[in-house]
Each structure stands twice: as C-alpha cells, then as structure tokens.
Design a protein around this ligand. Structure first.
Ligand SMILES: Nc1ncnc2c1ncn2[C@@H]1O[C@H](COP(=O)(O)OP(=O)(O)OP(=O)(O)O)[C@@H](O)[C@H]1O
Ligand SMILES: [Mg+2]
Length: 256
C-alpha cells in the first residue's frame, strides 16, 4: 500500500473552532486519525464530540481551522464532499429504509444499473451478500426487509454499505447506544472487521468498556477542548473515566 510510505495521518484537523450562536462548542481542537487505526472519541455530554465529527463529515463547517486528508488540505463543505474523499458516517437506524430489502439498503442511492438504466438486481444481491459475509454478519437472504432485523444486524447492514463503497474513514457516533449487550458485541466485531479491511474508524461512545475493546487510541474532549490523546496501552478505563467526569487533565488534578 502506498500510504504506508508516508508518516502523515489519514486525516488531520488543526485548530478547529466552532460557535453555535453564543455557544463556543469547539475551542481550537487538534485531532488526527492514522491509517488503519481505530480511535475512540470520548467525553461527557456536550463536550463537542458530535460537532467535531460533523465538521469532518460535512454537516457543519468549522468557523476556524484546517483539515488535511491524505496529506492534502481539503475543503469539506457538504456531506457529499466528505463522501467523495472516502469519509463515511454510520448513523443509527435512520440511515436505513426499514421497508426495503437488505440489498437495496446496502446500495441505497448508488444502485448499479445495466444498460437502459435498469437496476442490476443480481449484482446487488450477490455483492450485498458478499459484503455482509465479509463482516461476519450471518444473513442468507438479501431480500429480507430491514424491518425484520435486530438492531445489531441493522448496524451491520449500514456498516456493510460503507465497506462496499470503499470508505477510507468510517465514523460511528454511539453505534451501540440502543443495543443489547449481545448486539453491541456484534457491532464491535463489525468494527474490528473494518480495520481488517484497512479502514480507519472513529468510534464515539459513552461506554468505555466498549471503547476499550476496540480503540487503539483515545481522544478525550471536555467543554470543547481536547483533554488528552493517549494510546490504549498508556491508559486504563479508570483513568479515562476520571478524566471524563472531572473534565481535568491528571496533571491539573494533582496540582490541586
Ligand atoms: N446544532 C446546534 N445548535 C446549537 N448548539 C449546538 C448544536 N449542536 C451542538 N450544539 C452545542 O454544542 C455543544 C457540543 O455539542 P455536541 O453535540 O458536539 O456534544 P457531544 O460531545 O456530542 O455530546 P453527547 O455526548 O451528549 O452527544 C453543546 O453545548 C451543544 O448544546
Ligand atoms: Mg454527540
């Protein structure tokens, strides 16, 4: 892979600021994701996690700051800009159409066509099943409607979609929040599989036990600022959760 030859991160956000009216949501945040890395983005409610990733996925624009993707400065103004770069966001169920098939959901809006514009249903069925199998999701019939799937399976379909369309960076904002223990476990297996496929992942969660299973590095936000950026081997769940609840760096706490 050519990307292994350079040491630059896959994505780098520099000095990102964002105001919502009087709310100063991001106060000069630096954030990066390396190639083929799973980053856990954590922090208390209102810390700015969703705002940061929405800037990356083109739903918001930063008031100040720069974004580099694969070493080049980029302007991400719309979700389409982000997708064109290979940045995909997996949302909770709203991204799926409940009444249509798994295959249609994988391709949603990007359906393959044959000459004369007819949908290539065979290709959709075959490719969607292959991708789903790659994730380790056991679904045999691509015609099953999404409504009939469990929450974990639905997340699997949404993740299969980004896998099929060759995302380089997948953003998951609280993908396990509405799921049972077993379903959450399944979703984390899907995320590991994305890494196996060479994809980088930003995983936002309040559940440090989930994050700790898969994230290789943690970035903690608090009140719009980055508190820490730490590798998994250099931290533990207790330290992280203390950091999140106190909103202070360990060094600041010590000097109190
Ligand atoms: N569209 C918006 N309009 C106005 N204020 C907003 C908007 N989106 C976020 N905010 C504010 O910006 C701050 C950061 O919010 P954000 O949603 O990024 O936090 P978060 O870390 O994702 O929190 P949570 O864990 O609760 O999802 C909060 O004070 C929030 O109220
Ligand atoms: Mg959020």
């Amino acid at each position: 892979m050519d990307n292994l030859n350079n040491n630059k991160p896959l994505v780098e956000m520099k000095d990102i600021h964002k105001w919502f009216g009087k709310v100063y949501a991001l106060r000069g945040v630096d954030f990066h994701v390396n190639y083929n890395e799973i980053v856990g983005l954590v922090g208390d409610n209102g810390a700015g996690k969703s705002t940061l990733i929405k800037i990356l996925s083109g739903f918001h624009t930063a008031d100040r700051g720069e974004i580099y993707f694969e070493g080049k400065k980029v302007n991400i103004r719309t979700p389409k800009d982000a997708k064109n770069l290979g940045i995909e966001t997996v949302y909770q169920e709203q991204a799926l159409a409940p009444h249509v098939s798994i295959a249609r959901n994988v391709f949603m809006g990007r359906e393959p066509t044959k000459i004369l514009g007819f949908l290539d249903r065979k290709k959709m069925e075959k490719d969607s099943l292959e991708t789903i199998a790659k994730l380790g999701l056991k679904l045999r019939n691509p015609d099953t409607v999404v409504e009939a799937l469990s929450g974990g399976q639905r997340q699997g379909v949404a993740i299969a979609r980004v896998l099929y369309f060759k995302a380089k960076l997948v953003i998951l904002d609280e993908p396990t929040i509405a799921l049972s223990v077993k379903e959450s476990q399944q979703v984390m297996e899907f995320i590991k599989q994305l890494k196996e496929e060479g994809i980088s992942v930003i995983f936002i969660t309040h559940n440090l036990y989930h994050a700790f299973q898969i994230a290789e590095r943690f970035v903690v936000l608090s009140h719009g600022e980055k508190l820490t950026d730490v590798k998994r081997e250099d931290t533990n769940i207790d330290d992280l959760s203390l950091l999140i609840t106190s909103g202070k760096k360990v060094s600041e706490k010590m000097s109190e």
